[in-house]
Design a protein around this ligand. Sequence first.
Ligand SMILES: Nc1ncnc2c1ncn2[C@@H]1O[C@H](COP(=O)(O)OP(=O)(O)OP(=O)(O)O)[C@@H](O)[C@H]1O
Length: 243
Amino acid sequence: MSSEKVVLSVDGLCAWYGAAQVLFDVQLEVRRGEVIALMGRNGAGKSTTFKGIMGMLARQQGNVRFLGHDISRRAPHDIARLGLGFVPEDRRIFTDLTVMENLEVGRLPARDWDHGEALKWNPEQLFELFPNLGEMPERLGGRMSGGEQQMLTVARTLMGNPYLVLLDEPSEGVAPLIVEQMSNMILELKRKGISILLSEQNMHFAELVSDRAYVLEKGQIRYEGPMADLVSNDQVRRDYLGV
Ligand SMILES: Nc1ncnc2c1ncn2[C@@H]1O[C@H](COP(=O)(O)OP(=O)(O)OP(=O)(O)O)[C@@H](O)[C@H]1O
């Protein structure tokens, strides 16, 4: 994959819950090694966009392409197997399994990367990325703090060796130390060439890690551009983000 390669493209994504339309022609693109922030207030449609990309909505239309595959009509597990990892907002770890066992559940075969290099995570590498988890490999999921569970969810997704990770609100409701580990982790993934699409309400966190941003309001993309431009654009921030 060249560095300019488009990994994910979403075109004309529309979605409904019952009769209510909540996404209107959402269009976005993620290239290799990019960190993209999908921003917007509560209810703007960030989580729904992620679910739409993963083919998890009962009613949606539009085109979603991942590494040249049309994934618009594929099942979520098929999409994950192509190398698209999804970390949902609600932490879905197994509470009666240990950290190590939770990681094993996420394991998928290694993937080819450029020039013969393989993309293949193991628990030891993940413990370097998430030092907190490394201190508790035998801890039961149910006995971890919310932030530790959040990390474990990300680590388990990485065991599937994704080329792109969708991260839904990684900084929400977690302690500052864990937020810091999250941002370091994202930058380390970027260095490896892995792409990240994250949904975020926290401008400071998004600014620390993201290259570009899209802003959603009422299910529509209202702004797209370099992260630094969004940070200095008071009007967009005020109109669509309330900050
Ligand atoms: N399961 C559902 N059934 C009906 N409406 C829903 C459902 N999930 C979300 N919605 C509605 O769809 C719209 C978009 O919600 P979504 O969760 O995608 O927003 P969000 O930007 O991710 O916000 P949040 O940060 O609160 O999760 C909102 O109006 C929300 O109330």
